[in-house]
Design a protein around this ligand. Structure first.
Ligand code: S3P
Length: 427
C-alpha cells in the first residue's frame, strides 16, 4: 500500500475550454489573452492548426497564449493537411468551424483518432449545406469543401455530445438564419458560454442553444480553470489510500462535468468543496479529499453524460470498493480514445478483478486489485487510471503504452510525485 497522499496541488487548465479559447480567439477581432491554457498535445495541436491558418499566436510563458484574432472571415488557406493529433474535440469542432470557410481543408489525426466516428458531425453539417468527405465508415481524414453557403438548422444530436453540439453551433456562426440545438441530455456548455464571452449574441439554457449567423466575435481575456477530469485521478487516489488528505486548488466545477463527484459521494467518498468562486465565468472551488472506504453502487444513468471522461478512473474506484458497481447507458465509452469499456475490463481482469462487460457498461465486483501487466491502448485516461490503481494494488502494475498521457496531462508524473505517489516511468 502506498504512503498517504497529502498536500496541495493545482492541476493544469481545462482541455475543453483551452481548445475553445484558441478557436474563438482566432476568429475574433482583436488580441485575446489566454491564461491557464493547457500545455497538452491536443490543445497545442489546435493552436498549431490556427497558426497554419494564418493566425499569429504568441506563447510568452507556459500556459499563456496571446492570440491575434483575424476576424470571422480572416483565416487563410493552409498549405497542407491540418493535424488534430489524438483529439476528437479538435477535429469535430474544427469541422464545424471550417465548414463555412471560403477554402478547402483536410483534417487528419493519429491512429486512434483515425478510427473515431465522424458521421455524427458530417450529417448535421451536410444538412447545413457543407460538403464533408470522409473515409469509408465516416472515418477521418475529413475533407471539407470551401465556398459553401451554410444555412441554420434545428438539431437534436442523436447521442449526448458537446462535440456534436459545438460543431453545429460553430458552423452556425457562418450560416444564414438561425441555428438551434435541442439536446435530450444536456452536455457541457463551454462553447455557448465562450461565444457569449466573445460577444456573440446567443441564447442558451440547459440542453438548449440558439444563435444566428453574421455577427462578430470581439477579443476577450480567458482565465482557464483547472480541469476536473485531470483532478479526478487525484480525487480517487486520495480517496483510496488510507491516511490521505489532499487539497486540489481551483478545480472547474461546471455541473455538466462533475458527475463523478456525485457518484463517489454515493459510494461513501469524503470530498469537501471550499472557497466556491467564479473564474472566467465558470464555478471553481478547492476540493479537500480525505480517504474513505467505498461501497459499490449502481451508477445513475442520468449521471453518465456528466462524467463521460471519468469512467476509467471510476472503474478503478469500483474495483476497490466493497460490493458490486454497475454501469449502464455508457455505450459512448466504446468510441473514445480507446474502447474504454473493453480496455478497462481487460486491464482489471489482468489484475484479478471480476468484471463483466456489457454492450453499454460493465458490472465490477470490487474488493482488491492485484499486480500485473496491463495495456492502455494508447489511451491517456486509461494509463493514468491504472497508475492510480498501482497505489492500492497488492503488487506492482506495469502499464504499457503510456506516452499519450501528454495529450491531456503532461505534468501528471510530476504532480503525482508532489502529492507523494511514486511512479516509475522507466518500468
Ligand atoms: C468534449 C466533449 C466530450 C468529452 C471530450 C471533450 C468537449 O466528448 O468526452 O473529452 O470538449 O466538447 P463528447 O461530447 O463527444 O461526448
Amino acid at each position: 500500500m502506498a504512503r498517504p497522499i497529502r498536500g496541495e496541488i493545482t492541476v493544469p487548465g481545462d482541455k475543453s475550454i483551452s481548445h475553445r479559447a484558441i478557436m474563438l480567439a482566432a476568429i475574433a477581432e482583436g488580441t485575446s489573452r489566454i491564461d491557464g491554457f493547457l500545455e497538452g498535445e491536443d490543445t497545442r495541436a489546435t493552436a498549431a492548426i490556427f497558426a497554419a491558418l494564418g493566425v499569429a499566436i504568441e506563447a510568452p510563458a507556459l500556459s499563456r497564449r496571446i492570440v491575434h484574432g483575424v476576424g470571422l472571415h480572416g483565416l487563410a488557406p493552409p498549405s497542407g493537411v491540418l493535424d488534430c493529433g489524438n483529439s476528437g474535440t479538435g477535429m469535430r469542432l474544427l469541422a464545424g468551424l471550417l465548414a463555412g470557410q471560403r477554402f478547402d481543408t483536410v483534417l487528419a489525426g493519429d491512429a486512434s483518432l483515425s478510427n473515431r466516428p465522424m458521421r455524427r458531425v458530417i450529417e448535421p453539417l451536410s444538412t447545413m449545406g457543407a460538403i464533408v468527405d470522409a473515409e469509408a465508415g465516416g472515418l477521418p481524414p475529413l475533407r471539407l469543401r470551401g465556398g459553401r453557403d451554410l444555412r441554420g438548422i434545428v438539431y437534436t444530436p442523436p447521442v449526448a455530445s458537446a462535440q456534436i453540439k459545438s460543431a453545429v453551433l460553430l458552423a452556425g456562426l457562418y450560416a444564414r438564419g438561425e441555428t438551434e440545438i435541442r439536446e435530450v441530455h444536456a452536455t457541457r456548455d463551454y462553447t455557448e458560454r465562450m461565444l457569449a464571452t466573445f460577444g456573440w449574441p446567443i441564447e442558451f439554457s440547459s440542453g438548449h442553444a440558439r444563435l444566428t449567423g453574421g455577427h462578430r466575435l470581439r477579443a476577450a481575456d480567458i482565465d482557464v480553470p483547472s480541469d476536473f477530469s485531470s483532478a479526478a485521478f487525484f480525487i480517487v487516489a486520495a480517496t483510496l489510500v488510507p491516511g490521505s488528505e489532499l487539497v486540489l486548488r481551483g478545480v472547474g466545477l461546471n455541473p455538466r462535468r462533475t458527475g463523478l463527484l456525485e457518484v463517489l459521494r454515493l459510494m461513501g467518498a469524503d470530498i469537501r468543496e471550499e472557497g466556491r468562486r467564479e473564474q472566467g465565468g465558470e464555478i471553481v472551488a478547492d476540493l479537500v479529499v480525505r480517504h474513505a472506504p467505498l461501497r459499490g453502487v449502481e451508477v445513475p444513468v442520468a449521471c453518465v453524460p456528466d462524467m463521460i471522461d471519468e469512467f476509467p478512473i471510476l472503474f478503478i474506484a469500483a474495483a476497490v470498493a466493497r460490493g458490486t458497481t454497475t454501469v449502464r447507458g455508457a455505450a459512448e465509452l466504446r468510441v473514445k480514445e480507446s474502447d474504454r469499456i473493453a480496455t478497462m475490463a481487460a486491464g482489471l481482469r489482468a489484475l484479478g478483478v471480476a468484471v463483466h462487460e456489457t454492450p453499454d457498461g460493465a458490472v465490477i465486483d470490487g474488493g482488491a486489485i492485484g499486480g500485473g501487466a496491463v495495456g492502455s491502448a494508447g489511451d491517456h485516461r486509461v494509463a493514468m487510471s491504472f497508475a492510480v490503481a498501482g497505489l492500492v494494488a497488492g503488487d506492482a502494475i506495469r502499464i504499457a503504452d503510456c506516452a499519450n498521457v501528454a495529450t491531456s496531462f503532461p505534468q501528471f508524473l510530476e504532480l503525482a510525485a508532489d502529492a507523494g505517489f511514486a511512479l516509475n516511468p522507466g518500468v
